[in-house]
Design a protein around this ligand. Structure first.
Ligand SMILES: Nc1ncnc2c1ncn2[C@@H]1O[C@H](COP(=O)(O)OP(=O)(O)O)[C@@H](O)[C@H]1O
Ligand SMILES: [Mg+2]
Length: 634
């Protein structure tokens, strides 16, 4: 069948539809002026279009005039109006709320899912909403899912917007109202009037009030929709997204913990550096006891498996004068942080090379004495409960008789004693087989972790944790992941134990607000069926729970958020998702639907921020440039 054949059939079929569709026909001037095209030929073939526009006035000139008028009205007053024909209802149950706006033709190209809009009430109140659905609906009943229609469309370059309705579903977020010279918000509790003109929210105060974004706090980036920064009439036009830092007597959100999740190369470390740098701002201070008047600067300790964070000591050479000016104006902390020290674990003969940063280096070692309080450190994943009980007994017995300087070598020597083995077996204390299993385990831990030729970390506490200092613990140079894990867990435990202790050995840790950053956190905080995992998870969960009171904030960074043990994860209040492709990983973040679907398509720098005690869930764009040095070739 030829194309022409198709067309003749189409004309016959479509006749009834065009009869009832006078306005659409009247609007078809563009096609008519292009008679060479198949579409034009077809439509004018219907005849009614031409005759009806002639009836209604003076042909194409009148139509052009009409078109102008529509667009001017749209641009001046808003993007469209609330439609009652589609239901107009605000309900207690969100599922029953129905709020739809007809978007006029000229405005359709700049509304997006997520776009923030305002619908005023009579008087001074307005409804702040966001678009959570967009739909083309038919203006007139006709079937455009047909061969003929599709072919026609394929030959023309554009559709006529006015053939279709363009409807936006709105999610009401807040009623905004002035009170005592200030803008306030409350739950949506009024329904706007039919035909209310809705417009883009372009007033900074309305946006921040509507989304409950704090005016002050730690800078994370700029509010965005669909990868574009939200622009307002203010100067600068962008809207800062900041994390509440206790400015209004609230608890600084860092002490309720932050998780940054994203795939490899999505910008986790870049983002983490930009955020952590803010905590090192010289004006940032926290009361040691909530509400107390001693307010030192926080110390930041960063565990660093890829050896990237000591670079925060240095300026980013890529920062230009424009950015510098912008950051200064926006009160963003930037530039190398001079008080950055790399605390380098000495492990066996592993060499640490530091030609990529200029931070001071301090070697340290883990003293075996720390094992007394953290026996699981030498248990690894293999011991069962019975064996672990035996290990605990043996460690205590060893420490009781070891005197001044208990060492790992000393412990090995202690276990290497057939008389001890026999004695314990005969007394029924530790079965021979159990003894052997424990001994094997202790002997098989990586060599070179304990008691190396460097100062024990326990003697370096006052340098390691210091207000305003960034202490970085690089572990990339360590040969085995098990050894690196032991070092990280030993040092992290020292910090947590001292923070939580009622009778701390090191007042410094107890008395300094502390941010503990951990990159590749899934490697340390994964759930597993082992004594070590249970102890570690228990410890971090407790730390997280006490964080507010003790001024301890966890800043976890991971590409596998689904691997972070649930009890720890549940304590994390602020979740930041960069691009993350893995379905399970995205699901584990439990983001609200408005953010969830976007995470797999995020561009670099784009992030979903879900921090329910800070703001409504929003999209944010982080700074495209790292405020300190990042990367080895820059
Ligand atoms: N917002 C951003 N804009 C531009 N480049 C970025 C952004 N975030 C990260 N990058 C760059 O992308 C690369 C990978 O980022 P990085 O943070 O190291 O990734 P990862 O998620 O693996 O830690 C780096 O070169 C970094 O500077
Ligand atoms: Mg990284």
């Amino acid at each position: 069948m030829s194309d022409l054949g198709d067309f003749s059939e189409f004309e016959a079929d479509s006749e009834p539809a065009s009869d009832s569709a006078t306005e659409a026909e009247a609007a078809e001037t563009t096609e008519e002026s292009d008679p060479g095209a198949a579409t034009g030929a077809d439509r004018s073939g219907g005849g009614s279009g031409t005759s009806e526009s002639a009836d209604s006035g003076s042909g194409s000139a009148a139509d052009e005039f009409d078109r102008q008028r529509f667009e001017t009205a749209g641009a001046d007053a808003g993007i469209g109006t609330l439609a009652v024909s589609e239901g107009l209802r605000i309900a207690e149950d969100e599922a029953d709320t129905r709020l739809r706006a007809y978007v006029t033709a000229g405005n359709r190209s700049d509304v997006r899912l997520g776009t923030y809009l305002l619908a005023p009430y009579p008087g001074e109140e307005s409804l702040f909403c966001r678009i959570n659905g967009l739909e083309y609906a038919q203006e007139f009943r006709s079937d455009d899912a047909t061969e003929i229609h599709a072919r026609r469309a394929m030959r023309s370059t554009d559709i006529d917007e006015r053939d279709y309705k363009f409807m936006a579903d709105l999610e009401p977020l807040a009623v905004l109202y002035p009170e005592g010279g200030e803008l306030r918000r409350r739950m949506p509790d009024r329904v706007p009037k039919p035909e209310t003109v809705v417009r883009h929210a372009d007033d900074r105060e309305k946006i921040t009030t509507g989304l409950q974004i704090p005016e002050e706090g730690v800078f994370l980036g700029h509010l965005a929709v669909g990868g574009e920064k939200v622009r307002t009439k203010a100067e600068p036009p962008t809207v800062d997204y900041r994390l509440d830092d206790g400015t209004e007597g609230t608890d600084p959100l860092i002490f309720r913990h932050v998780l940054v999740a994203g795939g490899t190369g999505s910008g986790k470390t870049h983002t983490a550096k930009n955020v952590l740098r803010q905590y090192l701002h010289e004006d940032r201070r926290y009361a040691v006891e909530p509400g107390g008047d001693r307010t030192p600067r926080p110390a930041v300790v960063q565990f660093d498996p890829q050896d990237e964070y000591a670079q925060m000591h240095d300026d980013n050479p890529a920062v230009g004068p424009d950015e510098r000016r912008e950051w200064e104006a926006q009160d963003v902390a930037f530039g190398g942080h001079a008080d950055t020290v790399a605390f380098v674990p000495t492990v066996g003969n592993a060499r640490y090379a530091a030609d990529h940063h200029k931070a001071e280096q301090k070697p340290f070692t883990i003293p075996f004495s720390m094992v007394r309080g953290n026996k699981w450190l030498v248990a690894g994943a293999q011991l069962n409960d019975n064996q672990y009980g035996a290990l605990e007994y043996l460690i205590d017995r060893f420490f009781d008789q070891a005197g001044e300087s208990p060492t790992y070598d000393g412990f090995r020597h202690f276990l290497d004693d057939p008389a001890l083995r026999e004695e314990l077996d005969e007394s029924g204390r530790v079965h021979e087989a159990t003894f052997d299993a424990v001994k094997r385990r202790v002997f098989s831990i990586p060599q070179g972790v304990f008691d190396q030729d460097a100062r024990p970390i326990t003697e370096l506490v006052r340098e390691f944790v210091r207000p305003g200092r960034l202490s970085v613990v690089p572990t990339y140079h360590i040969n085995t992941s098990r050894a690196a894990e032991m070092v990280v867990l030993a040092v992290a435990s020292l910090l947590i134990d001292q923070k939580l202790s009622n009778d701390p050995l090191y007042d410094r840790i107890k008395e300094t607000p502390l941010v503990v950053g951990m990159d590749e956190a899934h490697n340390f905080l994964a759930d597993a069926d082992s004594v070590q995992a249970r102890k570690v998870i228990g410890k971090f969960t407790e730390a997280a729970k006490q964080g507010r009171k003790e001024r301890l904030g966890l800043f976890l960074i991971t590409q596998d958020p689904q691997d972070i043990a649930e009890p720890v994860f549940k304590q994390v209040n602020t979740r930041i998702a960069l691009n993350l492709g893995d379905e399970d990983a995205v699901a584990s973040l439990n983001l609200p639907t408005s953010l969830d679907a976007r995470v797999p398509d995020m561009q670099r720098g784009q992030m979903a921020v879900y921090s329910p005690d800070n703001s409504k869930p929003v999209e944010v764009i982080g700074l495209p440039t790292c405020v300190t040095r990042h990367g080895r070739d820059g």
